[in-house]
Design a protein around this ligand. Structure first.
Ligand SMILES: Nc1ncnc2c1ncn2[C@@H]1O[C@H](COP(=O)(O)OP(=O)(O)OP(=O)(O)O)[C@@H](O)[C@H]1O
Length: 275
């Protein structure tokens, strides 16, 4: 296992309703993982993710969060939010609504400038990040000229450009067509290949199966299952009642008594091997 970048221990979060949105969650995220947090609406995914960068804090005295900083693992409470950006970046749901500038370049310069990154490094990062998200050469375009999917990728790029160790993205593909959704996941996979950790919240099980290295399934504020996509989607009995639908390939091969294939390619391979 690589080093821990985010660690939660016995985290409870109660917004005040008396029924905690997180109910005793302990887990560690390691460097280089591509984690997908899944679960039905209201299961606590966003509340969990907001603990990863100190946006929310445990409401129980025993709850503890630590994130990797330049000086090792530390409690986010010791830092102002912007001081944690080098450790964990966060992309909110509907980041499209957070585009403010007149050009793609300015949109991407904003974060590094706030962090005090020098102009030459910022310029290099802006062009590299635009290339990473498939928007090379679009520096001077006005974001309103971009397609819906391109705007989503620009909004994600505005966080990736800060080169946080880990990036947490709440529902990166919601509202996107399948091709665009795949492009977005490809961008995140490339970001991960460059040595970063990626955590997404997603309802798209086929893409989760294909891109995530680890799946955390949530139910009523607790971790219901945690493992590789293959391990988690094989637990169809456990997932029943959560409205998490494993990818079709997993359902098909399970019904045929073949061990957990989770992508169409896997299923074809397993079926060929079985006949
Ligand atoms: N700011 C808040 N104030 C009060 N209750 C909240 C708040 N945010 C979330 N909740 C409640 O906490 C629970 C978990 O919500 P959360 O948004 O973490 O779930 P989720 O799995 O991310 O849902 P979704 O898939 O709909 O985004 C829900 O019952 C929700 O109503």
């Amino acid at each position: 296992m690589t080093e821990v970048v985010i660690e939660l221990s016995d985290v409870v979060h109660d917004y005040g309703s008396g029924k905690p949105a997180l109910d005793g969650v302990s887990l560690s995220v390691h460097r280089g993982e591509f984690v997908a947090v899944i679960g039905k609406n209201g299961s606590g995914k966003t509340t969990l993710a907001k603990h990863f960068n100190g946006l929310l804090r445990p409401t129980n005295p025993a709850g503890r969060v630590r994130v990797r900083t330049a000086n090792g693992l530390a409690d986010p409470r010791r830092f102002k939010l912007h001081q944690l950006v080098p450790s964990v970046g966060y992309v909110f749901q509907n980041p499209d609504r957070q585009i403010f500038h007149d050009t793609c370049r300015e949109e991407l310069e904003f974060g590094p400038a706030n962090l005090g990154v020098d102009p030459a490094t910022t310029a290099r990062r802006v062009s590299e990040t635009l290339a990473l998200v498939g928007l090379a050469g679009r520096e001077e375009d006005n974001p309103v000229q971009l397609s819906r999917g391109e705007r989503q990728r620009l909004a994600i790029a505005s966080v990736l450009v800060m080169e946080s160790d880990a990036v947490v993205i709440d529902e990166p593909t919601t509202g996107q067509d399948p091709d665009e959704a795949r492009l977005i996941l490809e961008c995140l996979a490339r970001y991960r290949s460059a040595g970063h950790t990626v955590v997404i919240i997603s309802h798209d099980m086929a893409l989760v199966a294909e891109y995530a290295t680890r799946v955390i399934a949530m139910r009523q504020g607790r971790v219901l299952a945690d493992g590789t996509p293959r391990e988690v989607f094989a637990q169809q009995e456990v997932l029943r009642g959560t409205n998490i639908r494993p990818p079709q390939a997993a359902v098909l091969t399970a019904a045929l008594g073949l061990p957990g294939a989770i992508t169409v390619d896997d299923a074809v391979r397993e079926l060929r091997a079985a006949v």
